[in-house]
Structures are given as structure tokens and as C-alpha cells.
Ligand binder design. Structure first.
Ligand SMILES: Cc1cc2nc3c(=O)[nH]c(=O)nc-3n(C[C@H](O)[C@H](O)[C@H](O)COP(=O)(O)OP(=O)(O)OC[C@H]3O[C@@H](n4cnc5c(N)ncnc54)[C@H](O)[C@@H]3O)c2cc1C
Length: 374
């Protein structure tokens, strides 16, 4: 007999969404989180955008879970009084020769089930956003923004209102397979402890690889390496008239220096994409970075005053590919991949992980339920 039925390591949006899906199925769940509050790492350091599902490879988990997750997230926010605004986004082709790429992206979006995109001429785009300059644009009406802090609080509440508990200040240091499940060692406020559970979800963001690396997995299984890539955000410290999010065309997996709004209407720009050696949230406000942000923003907003850009914050993507390598799908590993029954480990949950969080939670709970029934 184990101490608890299910343990989830990590109380970011994804870990909490997994815990929510499990308690909804009647499981008793403990969430272990190393920080003093839930959702303080990647979940607190992103753009807060509810993505439509435009960019991702059709048939991939990213595409499917983003499109499903978007609908679920809007419904969840409405039912739980979390601020979410379906403000829409303009994807802009700044030069004439970029316009064909809008058609390619729209075709990709349709293949993902996103069929509400509207192609706009430059004049039509300016009717929506008078300050932007472009050759053509594409409106995504289902893109929106969410108050991530409110979402984390609501998910936390859902878990604890059922058979769940979120335990903070608790670092899981090692996991081990035992006859009827798992044994976990942890440090909590300077004290060492141990717990056992039947089923385990490792949703520890940047920490998943290190934790899963302590477990004996199937011969031949390699824990994915995580490559951190940081993104800086500058806040706009000036009045503005933007009502939509504005995105340039993507550059590979990077969505470009875009303009996003928060649910209060404040504007920010970013994130850039910089490979780093280890997770580091320090803001590097160098002249070169400011100049680059200014140049990229002025392509679609020529009247930007660079002096109105104020350093805001840094987020770090838990990428599972290095510079120049092909972009892989979300890596949600179960026994069919790592050979360990009743374990799901999540790697590389970068964007659109926030949008997809509720759908990822259902997907993980399905994987565990299917494994328990076979
Ligand atoms: C710059 C940036 C912009 C983004 N923009 C968007 C966007 O606009 N829209 C979108 O959909 N997605 C976006 N994303 C992606 C989204 O933020 C992530 O996919 C999502 O937040 C991942 O949540 P998570 O719960 O997996 O990870 P995290 O939020 O990192 O949570 C993992 C948790 O595990 C805990 N943990 C780690 N190790 C241990 C341990 N040993 N013991 C106990 N606890 C541990 C950590 O403290 C942390 O709280 C963005 C990401 C970045 C970096």
C-alpha cells in the first residue's frame, strides 16, 4: 500500500492541469513543488497568449493539444472567473515578398482545424490597427490573452477542492521504482523525507530531465537533454492604441519580436531567443539588444520611440533541441517510450504549453488510465 495514489512533480500550469485531470477522475493526488508558490517559473514568465494553433505541424501533439487546449482554456476561464480576452491577433507581412507566407501559414492553420483566419489587405489591417505598417496581414480572431496568475490560482483551487493537495517548498531529489509504484526522496524546508505512490507524473519543466535521470529506465532509453533559451521582454512605457496582438512572420520556431497586451491593456514586446548554458532569469539590457528590439518593432510600427521601452522580465524555454537542430514535438513519455509503467514524464513543454495545458492534463491522465487498465 503506497502513501498516496498519484504524485505530480511540479506545480506549473502543466503540472497543475495534470493534477486537475487526475482529481476529476477521482484519484487522490499530491503535487510537490520546490518553490514557495505555484507557477513561479516558466508559467510566470511567458507572453500569456492563448494561441490559435497556426504554426505547428499538422498531426503533431503541439497542434492537436493547442487547438483542443485553447477551447478548454476559454471555457475554464469563463467558468472560474479568470480573465481571458479573445482580442485576436494580426500576423503581418511587412514586405510584399513576404505576403505568400501568410497563405502558407493559413493553409497550415486550416490543416490544424483553425478555419477562422481572415486575409487582409494593408488598408484593411490599418482599419483594425491604424499605427501598423504592412503589405498584407492575416487576422486570427480566436487568439487571445489570459491572466496566467489567475489561471494558476484557479487550477490550484480545483486540485485542493477535490482529493488533491499542493505541497510547496519541497524539492524532489530522487525517484526509484518499487513493486507497487514509486519511492520519492525529497527535501522540504531543510528536512529530508520520503513518499511512495502508485503513479507518477514528472511535469518539472527545466527539472524533468534531472529527476527522470535518477530512475532506472528501459535499456536504450535516453533522457532528452534540455537546452535553455532565454527570451527578454520590454514593456512599453507610453500610451498606445493597439487592440490586437501583432506578430511578424515567424523565423523557424521563433515567432519574432511581437507585440502582446495583458488583460489590462498594457503592451510589451518580445521575447527574443538566446541560447544559454543554464537557467538564468537575469535581464541583460545591453545597447545591442535594445537596438535589435527597436529595429524589429519599427518594421511593423515605424513610429516607436525606443526610449519608451523599459526592461520587463525574462522567460527561459525548456527546449529539447539545440541550435540549428530540427524542432521536435512535445515529448510526453510514457512506458511505451521509457519502459517504466505508471510514469509519464514531460519534456520540452515550451510554447504553446500554456494554451495546451488543460489538454495536456487530459492527455496525461488518459495515458495513465489506459496503462492502469491493461
Ligand atoms: C518566453 C516564453 C514565452 C512563452 N509564451 C507562451 C505563450 O504566449 N503561450 C503559450 O501557450 N505558451 C507560452 N510559453 C510556454 C509556456 O509558458 C510553458 O509551456 C508552460 O508554462 C510550461 O509549464 P510547466 O508547468 O511545464 O513548467 P513550469 O512552469 O516551469 O513548472 C515546472 C515546475 O516544476 C518545479 N520543479 C522543478 N524541479 C522540481 C523538483 N525537483 N522538485 C519539485 N518541483 C520541481 C518548478 O519549480 C516549476 O514550478 C512561453 C514560454 C516562454 C519561456
Amino acid at each position: 500500500m503506497t502513501d498516496v495514489q498519484d504524485i505530480v512533480i511540479g506545480a506549473g500550469v502543466v503540472g497543475l492541469a495534470c493534477a486537475r485531470a487526475l482529481v476529476e477522475r477521482g484519484r487522490e493526488v499530491l503535487v510537490l513543488e520546490r518553490n514557495a508558490a505555484a507557477g513561479m517559473e516558466t508559467s510566470a514568465r511567458n507572453s500569456g497568449v492563448i494561441h490559435a494553433g497556426i504554426y505547428y505541424r499538422p498531426g503533431s501533439l503541439r497542434a492537436r493539444l493547442c487547438v483542443e487546449g485553447k477551447q478548454q482554456l476559454y471555457r475554464f476561464c469563463e467558468a472560474n472567473d479568470v480573465d481571458a480576452v479573445r482580442c485576436g491577433k494580426l500576423l503581418v507581412a511587412v514586405r510584399e515578398d513576404e505576403a505568400a507566407r501568410l497563405d502558407e501559414l493559413a493553409a497550415n492553420a486550416r490543416a490544424n482545424g483553425v478555419d477562422d483566419l481572415v486575409m487582409l489587405t494593408a488598408g484593411e489591417a490599418r482599419e483594425l490597427e491604424p499605427d501598423i505598417r504592412c503589405a498584407a496581414a492575416c487576422l486570427s480572431p480566436s487568439t487571445g490573452i489570459v491572466d496566467v496568475h489567475g489561471l494558476v490560482t484557479a487550477l490550484h483551487g480545483h486540485v485542493e477542492a477535490r482529493h488533491g493537495q499542493v505541497v510547496l517548498d519541497t524539492v524532489v531529489t530522487r525517484i526509484e521504482g518499487i513493486d507497487d509504484g514509486f519511492h520519492l526522496d525529497f527535501d522540504s524546508a531543510g528536512e529530508r523525507g520520503a513518499l511512495t505512490c502508485e503513479r507518477l507524473v514528472v511535469a518539472a519543466g527545466h527539472g524533468t530531465g534531472r529527476i527522470v535521470g535518477t530512475l532506472a529506465c528501459a535499456h536504450g532509453y535516453t533522457v532528452p537533454r534540455t537546452w535553455p533559451a532565454r527570451g527578454h521582454y520590454y514593456r512599453l512605457n507610453a500610451r498606445h492604441r493597439f487592440r490586437h496582438l501583432v506578430y511578424p512572420l515567424p523565423d523557424g520556431a521563433w515567432l519574432g519580436t511581437h507585440l502582446t497586451l495583458d488583460t489590462g491593456g498594457a503592451a510589451k514586446f518580445g521575447p527574443d531567443n538566446e541560447w544559454i548554458d543554464r537557467v538564468d532569469y537575469a535581464f541583460d539590457d545591453s545597447d545591442a539588444r535594445r537596438a535589435r528590439f527597436g529595429d524589429e518593432i519599427r518594421r511593423y510600427w515605424p513610429t516607436l520611440d525606443p526610449a519608451s521601452l523599459v526592461p520587463d522580465y525574462v522567460g527561459v524555454r525548456p527546449k529539447i533541441y539545440g541550435p540549428g537542430e530540427p524542432v521536435p514535438d512535445f515529448a510526453i513519455h510514457d512506458a511505451s517510450v521509457h519502459g517504466v509503467n505508471h510514469l509519464v514524464a514531460l519534456f520540452g513543454i515550451e510554447s504553446p504549453g500554456l494554451t495546451s495545458s488543460l489538454a495536456i492534463g487530459e492527455h496525461v491522465a488518459d495515458r495513465l488510465t489506459e496503462a492502469s487498465e491493461t
